[in-house]
Write a protein that binds this ligand. Structure first.
Ligand code: SF4
Ligand code: SF4
Length: 340
């Protein structure tokens, strides 16, 4: 992997240059310390120092709600109105954990039966990652996702006065070559600064999740009273699923309007919602809240590991931040292990 450096004061010019490669998306501050990924007009609004955005990058690849097919009364053909298509886009400022999350989404949506809606946007997405500092809700270090060496086109790590720029793909190389005046060779000084930063960052994590043998521990603990206790506390509001970069449940429904238009729609869904496991005839496989919240934890840390060899949690901390009843995934697993 080629590594270059870019002076910090050249960031705005770099962002302007990225706009030539597609619609630029980046974190912006929407309230005090509240960040959202948005399409960028004015590059001065970009906040590369944002920690986690409310919604993760999945919102670009599969919109929360879109029409898959539409048939109007005056047309014979059913057509895809293209509502999910994001065209060529550049996603700037996402962190190592979210890049890992995209790779997990790729496993889900691009292996065996490729999801054409996801695949089209994914192919058009340029990823420019950015090095972050953890807060008290980050546990990506425990999940092995605190650093990343693939899955991006470029990755910027802020050091003193410069960015270390890792070139992760031939497209990243093309981007660099399109603005060669911004980049210089990096040297031993930057390498030393990078290693110092890495050490400091590793020491900055405040929480950790012990994932040793976790799938088997969960199997042993499947009847533990903790799941019933959690069911009493969890509102099954679905916030944790919506903000999770790897949660991927969706629903499909048909709508008919009075003007004769028929639309097949796809929307984000959550296994935490009561109707999610309802089947024809009215039976619900997970009618109890305890069963639903337990299912989410088991899917991420047990079933996904058995299927793909890794958990589908990247430790981004969004579910901890968004839960209205303060359920904390790290504390839940500590309780499961009996360590708190
Ligand atoms: S955000 Fe909290 S209360 Fe809402 S479904 Fe998730 S765990 Fe339950
Ligand atoms: S389960 Fe929570 S911490 Fe893990 S990836 Fe999803 S939102 Fe992030």
């Amino acid at each position: 992997m080629q590594t270059l450096k870019m002076k910090t004061e050249l960031l705005d010019e770099f962002l302007h240059g990225l706009k030539g490669w597609g619609e630029l998306w980046a974190p912006v501050e929407r309230g005090p310390s509240v960040f959202a990924l948005e399409a960028i007009e004015d590059v001065s609004a970009v906040r590369p120092d944002a920690l986690r955005t409310i919604l993760p990058p999945k919102k670009l690849l599969l919109k929360p709600h879109f029409a898959m097919l539409e048939k109007r009364a005056d047309q014979t053909e059913t057509r895809d109105p293209g509502e999910n298509s994001c065209g060529r886009a550049v996603l700037f400022g996402i962190h190592a954990c979210d890049i890992h999350a995209l790779q997990i989404m790729d496993m889900l949506y691009l292996t065996d039966f490729a999801d054409t809606y996801y695949a089209e946007n994914r192919k058009n997405l340029i990823i420019v990652g950015y090095g972050c500092e953890p807060d008290e809700k980050c546990f990506c270090k425990s999940m092995g996702t605190s650093t990343v060496d693939s899955g991006f086109d470029l990755f910027l790590t802020p050091l003193n006065g410069v960015f270390l720029v890792a070139v992760g793909s031939s497209r990243g190389d093309d981007i660099v070559r399109s603005m060669p005046h911004l980049f210089e060779e990096s040297g031993p000084e930057e390498t030393r600064a990078y290693l110092r930063r890495l050490k400091h960052r590793e020491e900055a994590f405040q929480i950790d999740l012990d994932v040793t043998d976790l799938p088997y521990v969960l199997e042993l603990k499947k009847d533990d009273p903790i799941w019933q206790e959690l069911g009493k506390k969890c509102l099954c509001c679905g916030s944790c699923s919506m903000v999770c970069p790897t949660c991927s449940c969706f629903n499909i429904s048909d709508r008919f309007s009075l003007d004769g238009t028929a639309t097949r729609e796809r929307s984000w869904d959550a296994c935490l919602y009561r109707d999610y496991a309802m089947v024809a005839g009215g039976h619900n496989f997970r009618a109890d809240r305890a069963d639903r919240v337990k299912n989410r934890y088991y899917h991420k840390q047990e079933a996904f590991v058995r299927e793909f060899g890794m958990p589908s949690c990247v430790g981004c901390g969004r579910c901890i931040e968004s839960c209205p009843t303060k359920i904390n995934v790290v504390e839940v697993f500590k309780q499961v292990r009996g360590t708190i």
